[in-house]
Design a protein around this ligand. Structure first.
Ligand code: ISL
Ligand code: CA
Length: 548
């Protein structure tokens, strides 16, 4: 639909560059590796690629700690490699979205090196400093600190600096207009090269009340929306691009504050509510022994559809580089059901009224790796939490068990290209272990099998392209309390489509509107509908049918 912005009809393929393809045998994925695999990416039918940060970084948090925003990380290649990649992508009609990490920089960024030197350094106000003579700063929590403390004491100037993530990720001071101007010029640098958008890391955190009141929620500080409007005026409105808020902590009630077009801020918000399902409320990433509550799952995604019913536009995802693999978390990765469940989750993602963000490897049904030893982990979050629990003499065994289900490294293992050594990812030693199941789960094997998850994904992408109802159609949940099946219709003009997803290990029956289902796609052969209208589904069966 040419009257609509391109990003509403796009499918975004997320690549974690470190883990996608290593072109030079150092064990780390890189830009040349992505370039080598553009044929594969194009064959999926996706429209855009979102790359996690590719900028110069000491890699305390795998590139989310940037020391030079206008250069390429050595591990990933050179600016020439970047220019080649962007040109090759555009030649194929693929758009490129980069990650803007502007809430914090690396402590090795020249701004911070200056800032910490003296209290009257010109860069002092680029960060948040709390002079020690004022006492201990008001308590704030950090995601990655061993002590969970967001204030780090720096003896050189006898002051604390704020960092919500690791101590090598000091928070930038957005209340300082000079800092904001620097960020805008970085954004223009990449946009002028021709990139097609930014995913904005923890953007709801950028504004801070610098009187540091005791608050539970650190997001949506007092000047946040003023800053975003300024960014829109200064930068965003001048480019044909998409701007995506990583919406940590943003509730459905607040979502339109970011993406209502009248407010002239951002285009899309990537919400987090779904990511809490299946974890014990109030605890940090502790899986609920009862597993995922499907009714809750339906409620959350239905509520988020409603948010954008009249204004704005949604996004949908079930996995990314911060989450375990979607198949292990929301599906069933055991041999009996893995293929069906992987296809079911794809069907869910590509049949919503929202822009899908599809995480590389999920088209193969990659699974959690479930490390037994702390030494196998590379992620600062897991390593620092382990250290904290060790120091507190907590339950390390329980922690390690939970990590098998929750750790970010589960979603970061190298992409499984082949059944060969290191899954064809590298000729060297991979930076993070390759999942041993690559002997059966890999792109090469799936390529030649018409029934593979990979080939199902391609058919599904084509179907979404053919049926604009899957993009724009009204979403209506059916049978909200059915304990096994997530069912909904999508309707647009004359067309009505029915989506049935059996999220369970058992067969299920469901009453649906309409007779004579005209099945457009299904992950399992055979769909039977009784004269009564009742449809019988196999375990993990998914289908999209036209109804009359
Ligand atoms: O992944 C999380 C915890 O495991 C989230 O709470 C995460 O910290 C939050 O979503 C912000 O994530 C983003 O910023 C982080 C970075 O580590 C993540 O990879 C990134 O997606 C700090 O830059
Ligand atoms: Ca490499």
């Amino acid at each position: 639909d040419p009257s609509q912005p391109w990003w509403k009809e796009s499918i975004v393929y997320q690549i974690y560059p470190r883990s996608f393809k290593d072109s030079n045998g150092d064990g780390i994925g890189d830009l040349r590796g992505i370039l080598e695999k553009l044929d594969y990416i194009q064959s999926l039918g996706v429209d855009a690629i979102w790359l996690n940060p590719i900028f110069s970084s000491p890699n305390d948090d795998n590139g989310y700690d940037i020391s030079d925003y206008c250069n390429i990380m050595d591990d990933f290649g050179t600016m020439q490699d970047f220019d080649d990649l962007l040109a090759a992508m555009h030649q194929r009609g693929l758009r490129l979205i980069l990650d803007l990490v502007a809430n914090h920089s690396s402590d090795e960024h020249p701004w911070f090196i200056e800032s910490r030197k003296s209290r009257d350094n010109p860069y002092r106000e680029y960060y948040h400093w709390y002079p020690a003579e004022n006492g201990v700063p008001p308590k704030r929590f950090s995601f990655f600190d061993v002590k969970n403390d967001a204030w780090k004491y720096d003896a050189l100037t006898d002051a604390y600096y704020l960092r919500y993530f690791s101590e090598k990720q000091p928070d930038l001071n957005w209340e300082n207009p000079d800092l904001r101007r620097e960020i805008y010029s970085i954004m223009r640098f990449w946009l002028d090269k021709g990139i097609d958008g930014f995913r904005m890391d923890v953007i709801p955190f950028i504004s801070k009340d610098t009187t540091w009141p005791p608050v539970q929620v650190y997001s949506e500080g007092p000047s946040l929306h003023q800053h975003l409007q300024e960014m829109h005026d200064e930068v965003l409105q001048h480019y044909d691009m998409v701007s995506i808020a990583e919406g940590v902590g943003v509730t459905p009630e607040k979502a339109l504050n970011f993406v209502d077009p009248d407010r002239r801020e951002l285009n899309l918000l990537y919400h987090f509510e779904g990511m809490d399902i299946g974890y014990i409320p109030g605890e940090y990433k502790v899986p609920d022994p009862d597993g995922v509550d499907l009714l809750e799952f339906k409620k959350v995604y239905t509520a988020w559809d409603k948010v954008f019913e009249h204004r704005g536009w949604g996004t949908i995802y079930l996995g990314n580089h911060d989450q375990p693999r979607m198949l292990s978390r929301w599906g069933n990765d055991g041999p009996a059901f893995a293929n069906a469940a992987a296809k079911l989750l794809m069907t869910f993602l590509l049949s919503h009224r929202a822009t899908p963000f599809f995480y590389a490897g999920d088209e193969l049904g990659m699974t959690n790796i479930r490390f037994d030893y702390i030494d196998d982990y590379r992620d600062i979050e897991t390593i620092n939490q382990y250290e904290r629990i060790r120091q507190e003499v907590g339950d390390l065994k329980a922690f390690m068990d939970n990590q098998k289900m929750t750790a970010r490294d589960n979603g970061r293992t190298p992409f499984q290209w082949t059944a060969g050594p290191n899954a064809g990812f590298t000729t060297g030693e991979p930076w993070l272990k390759v999942n041993p199941n690559h002997e059966t789960v890999n792109a090469a094997a799936q390529e030649t099998n018409p029934d593979s998850p990979l080939n199902y994904f391609r058919r599904l992408v084509a179907l979404r392209r053919q049926h604009k109802t899957l993009v724009y159609g009204t979403y209506t949940l059916i049978d909200p309390t059915h304990p096994q099946v997530y069912a909904y219709t999508r309707s647009l003009e004359q067309e009505q489509l029915l989506v049935l997803l059996n999220f369970s290990n058992d067969p299920a029956d469901i009453q649906v509107p309409g007779k004579d289902l005209d099945v457009l796609i299904s992950n399992l052969p055979g769909v039977s509908q009784a004269a009564s209208g009742l449809v019988h589904l196999m375990p993990w069966q998914a289908l999209i049918a036209r109804i009359h």
